[in-house]
Design a binder for this molecule. Sequence first.
Ligand code: UDP
Ligand code: MG
Length: 320
Amino acid sequence: MTEKKTRISIVFPVFNEKDNIEELYNQVREVCHQANLDYEMIFVDDGSSDGSLDVVKKVRAADPNVRYLSFSRNFGHQVALFAGLGKAEGDAIITMDADLQHPPSLIPEMVKRWREGVDVVYTTKQDANIDPIKGFIVRASYWFISKISGLSLEFGQSDFRLIDKKILKLILDMPECHKFLRGQVRWLGFRQEGIPYNVEKRHAGKPKFSYRSLYHLALDGIFSFGRYPLHLIMLFSLIIFFFSSLYLMIVIGIWILKILRIVRIPMPPGWTDLIMAVCFLGSVQLMAVGVLGEYVGRIYEQTKKRPIFIVKEDSAKENI
Ligand code: UDP
Ligand code: MG
């Protein structure tokens, strides 16, 4: 059909994956050859300490289509992906993990869908091979983030996706310092379609995402897409206000009836009610302050205008 070979960029975030890189490279290259695709592979070393960068350099020495960036320290998976996207020059860009959990064999299908006119081909992982506790947390976070951000993220959407280069440009132009790529991509619209896939077992090494980093990622999803949490708190406090006013009116009514000696209802003992009200309202207030604090903190981070990552080495300027 088309005479010119399509060039695909594939971006891998790498944090201590030295035993996966060569196998990953071989599998991806093989798949690209089979599918008659021109490729560039961009490895973003996110401050690895296990010598991953040396393995990447070794692979690059044999194949100039391999490029890399290396950070001065660990800046996180989302930032590594974003930095890699900034280097991509292909017609379509695929992001995938470096541990072979995202099967390279899916690449031809993703490219096929893109050629059919889909701007974002995302993937949704099936439950298999996910640690059950992590699976539950991730499932709950997806549900919550989707509700709160209004983005309708499907469960299992990871950062294994193909985007057209016009989407890439739009993503790179988004100035926010807290990156939550699956939300940002979703937010853009255009034609987006998903492919289900089975998560493979990690080829080697251990997972790098701690529960803490998952929590931070979930917060980015919740707080980066509008003021819905603020609206929710407002609604919640209005409901509490309504019921406490009602309760207050009933108590005052009983007092008046008692004073007028119309009824002889004993007043509630008070202690339990009081403590419950104090605790409940106290926790709501703390939550409200926390939510406001989160927004203020994000404004603070954004106004600092610090770079979101520092590059130590770049294959384009070998050994800076
Ligand atoms: N990763 C990264 N920086 C980090 C944590 C992870 O670049 O701070 C990379 C990691 O090397 C892998 C991908 O992100 O290529 C996904 O990490 P992991 O496999 O630990 O996540 P999981 O599959 O458990 O979600
Ligand atoms: Mg993994």
